[in-house]
Design a protein around this ligand. Structure first.
Ligand SMILES: [Zn+2]
Length: 412
């Protein structure tokens, strides 16, 4: 659902009592590039083979795809090329990576965060505040450059294992500015590792810089200016600008100036909207922020006029069914209106949002579309094409991935 910044979640007074936060406050808005990126320092993500094996097991990607049945004409969905357009940096972690970082830094993790089902609880215990508390606990374990690099590398590697050819990962760099000594080095480490991980894992990884709805709109402008400096459409560049966190917070129109700054730099725009709030919120996001895509937008399904508008504008919805159920927006997976959205002709990019908390990755969203919503292989290929066409990375990555989808459809 969204990167939750430290100040968002710690509440008043907490910053004085948390030693991991307090010393760095003065540096949060230091925008000078530091020497953290000196290549001679050679900081690498922890890629101990035993740890990577545990992380892979934890991500629960079954390369044979348990829903595949060649005899019945159901192909392996892991082999279906796709793009992953809605994945948050912190929420992309596996529990094993989180445990490794917490262990390395002698930090405590609540059992409910590492029991593999943090938000798989009865409907009345789900919801935003539980999500935010657990998310913040995970974020506070990220305390070094090596941690940041490891998270980006894991996300790219696991996504590539799921058949993802393009990953646009969403970051809120102010959450990590304190540990890197400023916003600029925090973002630069993420960009540098996105580029390296793209080469390592044969996937194109771009970064979406997202402001938080719970922060002041002026802060969003600062982030938009920062994002603009790194704008591009290649791996290791900033490929878009977003707005995340609790949809019920902040005033959407007040973020319009930040979005104008990003748009002037040529950045595509992908704010969250229409998950916790209904169609009227999506209308407001469209009118105020002129999005290229919308993070979620799933509640548009109840408004035919809005669906026509989204289709006419070619706005892709980044639909994250596991998030919808994890946050209690819909009680059960079968209640997510994926079929209605698909039938409306609005482009859909299935995404995982925050696998750490919702317990499922990209692959599982496609498997559920097949087993719960009855999508045929052709319809699943169309969903994959929607996701790829919805990507804002350079045309050659999209072209290659689309050719792969055609090949998947032709294969036996
Ligand atoms: Zn999100």
């Amino acid at each position: 659902m969204g990167d939750v910044t430290q100040e968002d979640s710690l509440g008043s007074g907490a910053d004085q009592t948390d030693p991991s936060w307090a010393p760095a406050v003065d540096h949060v808005w230091n925008n000078a590039p530091l020497d953290h990126l000196d290549p001679a320092r050679g900081v690498e993500p922890d890629q101990d083979p035993a740890l990577l094996a545990r992380i892979d097991a934890d991500s629960a990607i079954d390369r044979t795809d348990p829903t595949a049945d060649p005899a019945a004409g159901r192909k392996n969905l892991v082999a279906l090329p796709k793009a992953h357009l809605h994945l948050h940096f912190t929420g992309s972690m596996t529990v094993e990576r989180l445990k490794q970082m917490a262990g390395a830094h002698h930090m405590h993790l609540d059992e409910e965060l590492i029991d593999q089902q943090p938000l798989r609880v009865p409907a009345d215990r789900r919801g935003w505040y539980r999500f935010q508390r657990l998310y913040d606990m995970a974020r506070r374990c990220v305390t070094t450059e090596q941690d940041i690099r490891a998270i980006v590398d894991d996300a790219a590697r696991i996504d590539a294992e799921e058949g993802s050819r393009i990953l646009e990962i969403q970051v809120t760099p102010d959450s990590y500015a304190p540990i890197m000594g400023g916003l600029t080095p925090a973002l630069e480490v993420m960009l540098d590792e996105a580029r390296k991980a793209s080469d390592r894992h044969h996937i194109a990884v771009g970064i979406i810089v997202a402001a938080s709805r719970m922060s002041h709109p002026l802060k969003a402008r600062t982030l938009a200016r920062l994002a603009a400096q790194y704008a591009g459409d290649e791996p290791g560049t900033v490929v878009g600008f977003g707005l995340s966190n609790d949809e019920r917070s902040g005033s959407t129109p007040e973020f319009a100036p930040a979005f104008r700054i990003a748009a002037r730099a040529g950045l595509p725009l992908m704010p969250h909207g229409g998950e916790l709030l209904g169609p009227e919120h999506i209308h407001q996001v469209i009118e105020s922020l002129h999005p290229t895509r919308i993070g979620h937008g799933v509640r548009a399904a109840s408004d035919p006029r809005l669906l026509r508008l989204l289709r006419a504008h070619g706005i892709t919805l980044e639909v994250c069914p596991a998030s919808n159920v994890g946050l209690g927006v819909f009680a059960r997976k079968q209640d997510v209106p994926l079929r209605a959205l698909y039938d409306s002709g609005v482009p859909i990019a299935l995404s995982a949002d925050d696998p750490l908390l919702f317990g499922e990755r990209l692959e599982h969203q496609y498997q559920d579309a097949r087993t719960i919503h009855g999508f045929s292989d052709h319809e699943l290929a169309e969903l994959a094409r929607d996701s790829i066409r919805g990507s804002v990375m350079a045309g050659r990555y999209r072209k290659e991935a689309l050719a792969g989808v055609d090949e998947w459809e032709r294969s036996q």
